[in-house]
Design a protein around this ligand. Structure first.
Ligand code: GDP
Length: 297
């Protein structure tokens, strides 16, 4: 997911560590290259700038450059700074699902992977946490999307709310709540309609559903391949609807990955999960250490 960034950085760090003695100027030159690599990975400019400034502050001066292994020290400082910029929730994978039935609202643009992610999370809740989950599609504009959720539900052995023609999303959300209570479910997941762009209708609909469901978690699904756009989408959704976390999908692709680095710094919202493929098990919690390790190779 960070192949290009990772390759660029390892080039910079190889040169640094091979050099032996380092001057402050050597470190500055290397960090300039780090900044370019971050920008090329589509990390937002202020985040890249702050990142490099922070590393520079710690990596220049006697203690590092005069140490026995200056290059390695710089790499360590970059590693820690990466973890810092990636850090969000202490336990990103833990969903707030006490007090059953707990509603989880899934929002995002069409094609972001929202329905797939809904099913992946439902499977995870069922298998890891032993929860009874009910999924409901609220995408009344696209019957195929409602069908898709039902098919995925069948595949993973998770119930979906029966489709009733003619209902609006708020009515479906209410029915999901009743069904979840009567049926003894621990969690019910509401897969809202997506559109290609954020528009007033999409937001109004998601807000109306939010108001009746009072979700314990509102997870925004965004396509990780879209770089800074993903961050912009998250900012807008959070402003208008309020989200409790982000799921970055398609992180298995050879995208530039910058969204992962900018997301929390720009939106203040943690990345909770990453999607790593189309299969129902292709989801992981977002672990800063692991991601920093992947970036630094
Ligand atoms: P929605 O319109 O937001 O509900 O999007 P879908 O869930 O229908 O997903 C759109 C397409 O993206 C489907 O073909 C999914 O299999 C695929 N997809 C979803 N998440 C991922 C992911 O993490 N990685 C990859 N490679 N494909 C994904």
């Amino acid at each position: 997911m960070f192949e290009n960034l990772s390759e660029r950085l390892s080039g910079v760090f190889d040169r640094l560590t091979k050099q032996g003695a380092l001057s402050d100027e050597d470190v500055k030159t290397a960090l300039r290259e780090v900044r370019v690599a971050l920008l090329e990975a589509d990390v937002s400019l202020p985040v890249a700038r702050d990142f490099v400034a922070k590393v520079q502050e710690q990596a220049t001066g006697q203690a590092v450059t005069k140490s026995v292994t200056p290059g390695q020290q710089v790499v360590k400082i970059v590693h820690d700074a990466l973890i810092d910029v990636l850090k969000g929730d202490s336990d990103p994978g833990k969903l707030k699902i006490d007090n059953p039935p707990a509603p989880i609202l899934m929002v995002g643009l069409q094609g972001s992977g929202k329905t797939t992610t809904t099913a992946k999370l439902a499977k995870r809740l069922k298998e890891r946490d032993g929860k009874r989950v009910l999924m409901a599609s609220l995408d009344t504009n696209r019957p195929a999307a409602m069908e898709q959720l039902a098919i995925l539900g069948n595949q993973i052995g998770v119930d979906t709310l029966p489709i009733v023609k003619g209902e609006d999303p708020v009515q479906i959300a209410k029915r999901a709540k009743t069904q979840a209570s009567l049926g003894g479910y621990d969690v019910y997941m509401l897969d809202t309609a997506g559109r290609l762009h954020i528009d007033a209708e999409l937001i109004a609909q998601a807000a109306a559903v939010r108001d009746v469901a009072n979700p314990r978690e509102t997870l925004l699904v965004v396509d990780g391949l879209t770089g800074q756009d993903a961050v912009n989408v998250a900012t807008e959704f959070d402003d208008k609807i309020g989200v409790t976390g982000v799921v970055l999908t398609r992180m298995d692709g050879d995208g530039r990955g910058g969204a992962a680095l900018s997301m929390r710094a720009v939106t203040g919202k943690p990345i909770r999960f990453v999607g790593l493929g189309e299969k129902m098990d292709a989801i992981e919690t977002f672990e800063p250490d692991r991601i920093a390790g992947r970036i630094l190779g």
